[in-house]
Design a binder for this molecule. Structure first.
Ligand SMILES: CC(C)(COP(=O)(O)OP(=O)(O)OC[C@H]1O[C@@H](n2cnc3c(N)ncnc32)[C@H](O)[C@@H]1OP(=O)(O)O)[C@@H](O)C(=O)NCCC(=O)NCCS
Length: 150
């Protein structure tokens, strides 16, 4: 297994402050603490990847009515490009299958070539665009909608 020192487990309320730290380090427009807490409260699949008690990444997905929606995949910049993002994504896809989803969807910034590369290599392809979906440094930025048959 790549990166055997890192393990995946479900996120708990206690993990939110550390996951928030990863989020703020990785995104210019991070999720708030309230969004993480809401995702946990409504029972979304919220997972973290950690090593020695240090959380270095997380993934969040909703699954219902035969579809799953990957809402967040995030790895701390110090740990990127080591295969951890792929491990998180694979776990979410596997959880989607066990919840009888037949398609996984996600949105990604048009400029996020690292994430798009990851998603394409795991079987996602573009199915649409949401114009001006994300806040950006200079106005709004489009989202690419991607889907993957499970
Ligand atoms: C996108 C992200 C989750 C990828 O995680 P990661 O752990 O760095 O990615 P991995 O090491 O698992 O790499 C998986 C694939 O992603 C792509 N990739 C990752 N980083 C890349 C980079 N800097 N440039 C180009 N492609 C990249 C490659 O296709 C890579 O496959 P390869 O190693 O066979 O070339 C990470 O960059 C991140 O957290 N970014 C900030 C948050 C974010 O944008 N999340 C996505 C929101 S939709």
């Amino acid at each position: 297994m790549k990166n055997p020192g890192f393990s995946l487990r479900p996120m708990s309320d206690n993990d939110v402050p550390m996951a928030l730290g990863v989020e703020c380090a990785a995104y210019p427009h991070p999720w708030s603490e309230g969004i993480f807490c809401d995702c946990l409260r409504v029972g979304y699949c919220c997972w973290i990847i950690e090593s020695g008690g240090e959380i270095v990444g997380h993934g969040v997905m909703s699954a219902a009515a035969g579809e799953c929606h990957i809402l967040n995949v995030c790895v701390h910049p110090d740990y990127q490009q080591c295969g951890l993002g792929r491990r998180i994504l694979k776990r979410l896809i596997s959880l989607g299958r066990t919840r009888n989803a037949d398609t996984a969807f996600l949105e990604v910034r048009l400029s996020n070539s690292a994430a798009i590369g990851l998603y394409e290599s795991e079987g996602f392809s573009e199915v649409g665009v949401r114009r001006g979906y994300y806040p950006g440094a200079k106005g709004r930025e489009d989202a690419i909608i991607m889907a993957c048959p499970l």
